[in-house]
Design a protein around this ligand. Structure first.
Ligand code: GDP
Length: 440
């Protein structure tokens, strides 16, 4: 996710490394690079202009703390600005508890990922103790109803559908079915078209007026870049939706839609979809996303995801070790085992600082951890907890024992070292972040 933008921003920050102070000249150069990086990522021009100007002013302004390096300071300021740009606080789904069922209506272009999202949301709500009903009101695309039924079965949520070409009738009968079946949430999947057209908008508008949804969510494919932003604007002008769901972020290397959409339509991004599987849905946290774009990884999201699927005790210990930088090869090994248990590999790997650089981007889904596991298993207890003692002859023994080559052992140790370094800088950076805020 957003690899190319992250790399370019990283390049801009690197130029500031080693500079003793922030001044007009080095800030000017950094801003030029940041601007290029954002425009190259297909971020809306007006958004870029505003962001660059804000960052420049804050960097040269009063609030700059002398005790942190210019590079750290700028990363912090850019991180804050990106967070703000994407909406600041996380905006949760707001479902009424008094009206039953609460209604979520899902709208967007065909192929944006609406149907998949509806099922993912159903799964999520069910997990949180709700009793949802899905309604297949996409009556034009014949496969849509079957697709929703299949997905519904996968997430164990019932799907209401009838042989009917009138979406309004389907939706209203779905609403009645939800009441009769004591469902407390109704999720209505509506029809999209390949392009914006008046008939689609009119139908969505009529459904909105009839269903009076608690949440009308607009689903959009982030890989469409600025076109996603234009589509969002057109839907919002007509439907005045409540929130945005960004899909296919797993395939988006640029990030233009994620960074521009909130500013352009002034509606929060509530969810992000990061893969085709039913678990590949996350709430959208602007601050975590900003940190991820800046290559700081996303320890918080990672730990949360871990908490959902792992036992709490192990997770808390891992969190403590990450923070205290006491992470050794034993933990690394455990973490690989646990990673395998959790949802989509790609999205998880991206969240762990360092790990995203250690594993090749291609073919992450079929990632083979066996050689890494074999190498670590061939180490002694002491070697695992103190990898620095692994000298040349130990490396040879480990390679022999694990059926790998000495180069593979070297590579693993080098990468593990880099990962630890990265974790240290992440925790330092977040420490500085707090300092800056409290001194301001
Ligand atoms: P709809 O026409 O808007 O209902 O779109 P669908 O839900 O049928 O999704 C269109 C295609 O995009 C399907 O092949 C989905 O599996 C795929 N898809 C949906 N969300 C994501 C996502 O977050 N990442 C990826 N890679 N594919 C997705």
């Amino acid at each position: 996710m957003f690899e190319s933008l992250s790399d370019k921003l990283d390049g801009a920050f690197k130029k500031l490394a080693g500079q003793a102070t922030i001044n007009e000249i080095n800030i000017g150069i950094a801003m030029r690079d940041i601007k290029r990086a954002l425009l190259g990522a297909d971020v809306n021009y007006k958004v870029v202009k505003k962001l660059v100007e804000d960052v420049r002013q804050k960097s040269l302004g009063e609030g700059v703390i002398k005790s942190v390096s210019p590079a750290q300071m700028i990363v912090k300021i850019v991180s804050d600005e990106l967070t703000e740009l994407m909406g600041g606080e996380q905006k949760p789904l707001a479902l009424s508890s008094s009206r039953l069922p609460a209604v979520v209506m899902v709208a967007g272009l065909q192929g944006s990922g609406k149907t998949t999202f509806a099922a993912k949301l159903a799964k999520r709500l069910k997990k949180s103790g709700r009793n949802p009903l899905l309604v297949a009101a996409d009556v034009y695309r014949p496969a849509a109803v079957d697709q929703l039924k299949t997905l519904g079965a996968e997430v164990s949520v019932p799907v209401f559908s009838i042989e009917e070409k009138d979406a309004m009738k389907v939706a209203m009968q779905g609403l009645e079915a939800a009441k009769a079946g004591a469902h407390d949430v109704l999720i209505v999947d509506t029809a999209g078209r390949l392009q914006i057209d008046d008939a689609m908008m009119a139908e969505a508008e009529a459904l909105k007026n009839a269903l009076k949804p608690d949440e009308l969510l607009f689903v959009v494919d982030s890989m469409m870049g600025q076109e996603a932003v234009n589509t969002a604007k057109a839907f919002n002008d007509r439907l005045d939706f409540d929130g945005v769901v960004l899909t296919k972020l797993d395939g988006d290397s640029r990030g233009g839609a994620a960074l521009s959409i909130r500013h352009v339509v002034e509606k929060p991004i509530k969810f992000m979809s990061v893969g085709e599987k039913v678990d590949d849905l996350d709430q959208f946290y602007p601050d975590r996303m900003a940190q991820r774009i800046l290559g700081m990884g996303d320890i918080v999201s990672f730990v949360e995801k871990a908490q959902e699927s792992l036992d709490m005790e192990a997770t808390l210990q891992m969190q403590k070790k990450l923070m205290k930088n006491e992470f050794d090869l034993n933990d690394f090994f455990d973490q690989l085992q646990q990673l395998k248990k959790m949802g989509s590999m790609q999205s998880l790997i991206e969240m762990v600082p360092g790990l995203n650089k250690m594993v090749p981007k291609q073919d992450l889904e079929n990632l083979d951890f066996k050689p890494i596991e074999a190498i670590i298993s061939s180490m002694t207890k002491e070697e695992k907890s103190r990898p620095e003692i692994i000298n040349g002859s130990r490396r040879q023994r480990i390679a022999l024992g694990s059926g790998t080559r000495v180069q593979d052992v070297n590579m693993l140790l080098k990468q593990f070292g880099e990962m630890k370094k990265m974790m240290r800088s992440v925790s330092k950076l977040s420490g500085n972040g707090r300092k800056i805020t409290s001194q301001n």
